[in-house]
Design a protein around this ligand. Structure first.
Ligand code: ZN
Length: 185
């Protein structure tokens, strides 16, 4: 509808004339008042920048009156900033992730990873490794879930070596900022 009117040469000429007339009217209206506006602005500026002679105790009272307002504003801004940084995903919220077919959870104690435990990725039951090698001198561990009976894979290393590797993967993700807080649960 509007497009067809706009394409019509008569209508578009009428609309153009109307727009020009309105622009001219508005321009005249405001430029007629322009000198008044500028003089008002100038006198206001003059009033604001003029200095008056007051006793220092008046200034003191003014300062005392304004200080709580400034402190309140600063306190408000500070709590806002604190809250922002708190919600904007601190790496300390990253306390769970999947590595080597297992779900791992941990805590941070003085910035160090602690209480690193493994869980079944299917049913979230805590799992411990079993010795998967028949020879004691060969480090080979496996995980299986006692709750849902899932077989959770075997590893050619000791439990300590596996946990150390997981810890280093966690630290790497924290350093790179590639951890995802949504994986924490
Ligand atoms: Zn399970």
């Amino acid at each position: 509808m509007i497009r067809s009117i706009w394409k019509d040469p008569v209508w578009s000429a009428v609309i153009a004339a109307g727009v020009i007339a309105i622009a001219g009217f508005v321009g005249n209206y405001f430029f007629g008042y322009w000198p008044k506006v500028t003089s008002l602005a100038a006198s206001t500026w003059g009033f604001l920048t003029a200095s008056s002679y007051v006793s220092h105790w008046v200034l003191g009272l003014l300062f005392l009156g304004v200080a709580p307002t400034i402190l309140l504003l600063l306190a408000g801004a500070w709590t806002l900033v604190r809250r922002e940084s708190g919600t904007s995903a601190s790496w300390e919220n990253y306390t769970a992730d999947q590595f080597f077919g297992l779900r791992w959870r941990w805590r941070y104690v003085d910035g160090h990873i602690s209480n690193l435990n493994s869980f079944c990725p299917n049913c979230d039951f805590q799992v411990f490794p079993y010795q998967a090698s028949s020879y004691n001198f060969i480090d080979r561990i496996g995980f299986s879930c006692d709750s849902c009976k899932s077989s959770l894979g075997e590893h050619d290393e000791s439990h300590a070596q596996l946990k150390s590797k997981v810890e280093r993967f966690i630290q790497q993700k924290v350093r790179n900022g590639t951890w995802d807080s949504s994986s924490s649960a």
